[in-house]
Design a protein around this ligand. Structure first.
Ligand code: 13P
Ligand code: SF4
Length: 307
C-alpha cells in the first residue's frame, strides 16, 4: 500500500473511532500530516487534557502517552509501540527517588516530564523543557531535588542559582547528551549565516555556544519570529519535519547528519503502527488510578505556579 492510501486509511479510521492523533515534533513527516496536534511535551499534555475525543493515539514515546492517560483518565490512550522508551525516563526508579527524598526531606521534588509514571507520581511539581526554569525560579526553597535529566539540571542550576540535587546523578538523553562543543563549532563554520538553536537536554558547555536554547515548540516560535532566515537545529533530527511544515519560508540545517541525531525510540513510531493502533485499539496505556491522580495533582500544582 502506498503512503497516500495509508494516510487515507488512517484519516478514515480516525473518524470511525472518534480519535485524535497527538504527535510530537520529532515524528516522521507522514505522521505529522495526519496528526490533529503537533507539539512539544507541554503543549501535547495540555491538548491531551482538553480533548473530548474517545480515543487518543499518542505518536511519541511512552512517557508522553502515560502523561496523557494521567491527565485524561477516562479516555482510551493508545501507544503505537510500547517499546518506545526514553533513556532519561529509564534512568530513575522509585527506590532511588525515595532515598534522595529521605536525605533532603524539606526540598521539593521537581521531576522532568520525561519520567515513568510510577516515579512521576512521587513528584511535587512536573516540568518540561519549556517550563523547568520558570517553575524552579518561583519555588521558595533554595534547595530542589530535580531529575532525571542531569544536563537540564545543570541548565536550571545555572539560570536560577539554586542548589539542585540531581536524581540520579547522571541521567542523559541518548541524542542530546552526545552533542559536543566541537560539533557546534564545526556546524557554525559550515553555516556561518545561521542562528544555532539547541535543546536544554544538551550539556551546559554546548548550550553556552547557542544563539537560542529552548523546547521544540520554543524553537519553532524563535525561528518564526526572529529576523533571521537560516537556522541550525540542535535537537533530535525529526524536528526538521516540524520546522519545515510550520515555518516553510525559512531554511533549517541539521546539527549533524550522523544517525545518532535520530532518537531510536521516536523512530519506532511509524504510520503503519498508528494505523494498527486505530484499527485494533492497541496498545492501551493502563496506569493505576491513584498514580494518575498523583500525576495530575502535581501537574495542576505546577500549572498554577506558572499562571
Ligand atoms: P520537548 O518538550 O522540548 O519537545 O522535548 C521532548 C523531548 O523528549 C526532547 O528530547
Ligand atoms: Fe528521550 Fe532523548 Fe529520545 Fe527525547 S530524544 S525521547 S529525551 S531519548
Amino acid at each position: 500500500m502506498g503512503t497516500k492510501d495509508l494516510v487515507n486509511e488512517v484519516l478514515s479510521l480516525k473518524r470511525e473511532r472518534n480519535a485524535v492523533i497527538l504527535a510530537h515534533n520529532y515524528m516522521d513527516y507522514d505522521i505529522q500530516v495526519v496528526a490533529d496536534f503537533i507539539g512539544d511535551s507541554y503543549d501535547l499534555a495540555l491538548r491531551a487534557m482538553e480533548t473530548r475525543a474517545e480515543v487518543i493515539v499518542f505518536a511519541g514515546v511512552r512517557f508522553m502517552a502515560e502523561q496523557a492517560k494521567a491527565l485524561n483518565y477516562d479516555r482510551i490512550v493508545l501507544a503505537p509501540d510500547l517499546n518506545a522508551g526514553c533513556t532519561i525516563a529509564d534512568a530513575l526508579d522509585v527506590d532511588t527517588l525515595r532515598r534522595v527524598k529521605e536525605e533532603y526531606p524539606n526540598a521539593p521534588v521537581v521531576l522532568y516530564v520525561n519520567s515513568n509514571a510510577d516515579v512521576k507520581a512521587l513528584a511535587d511539581y512536573i516540568v518540561t523543557s519549556s517550563t523547568a526554569v520558570k517553575v524552579i525560579k518561583k519555588l521558595s526553597s533554595d534547595v530542589v531535588i530535580f531529575g532525571p535529566d542531569s544536563n537540564l539540571a545543570d541548565y536550571v542550576a545555572h539560570l536560577t542559582g539554586k542548589r539542585i540535587i540531581k536524581v540520579p546523578p547522571n541521567g542523559k538523553c541518548i541524542v542530546h547528551g552526545s552533542y559536543t562543543v566541537g560539533l557546534v563549532k564545526e556546524t557554525r563554520a559550515r553555516y556561518p549565516r545561521a542562528r544555532v538553536m539547541i535543546h536544554p537536554e544538551a550539556p551546559l558547555e554546548v548550550l553556552g555556544l547557542a544563539d537560542f536554547v529552548g523546547s521544540t515548540n520554543q524553537m519553532i516560535e524563535y525561528a518564526r519570529n526572529s529576523g533571521y532566515d537560516e537556522f541550525v537545529v540542535g535537537t533530535e533530527i525529526g524536528m526538521l519535519n516540524a520546522l519545515r511544515l510550520k515555518v516553510p519560508n525559512k531554511t533549517f540545517y541539521p546539527i549533524t547528519t550522523e544517525p545518532y541525531a535520530r532518537c531510536p525510540f521516536m523512530a519506532m513510531v511509524t504510520l503503519e503502527k498508528v494505523r494498527r493502533s486505530l484499527r485494533d485499539l492497541v496498545h492501551r496505556i493502563e496506569i493505576p488510578r491513584s498514580t494518575a491522580e498523583a500525576i495530575r495533582d502535581a501537574f495542576e500544582r505546577t500549572r498554577r505556579l506558572l499562571e
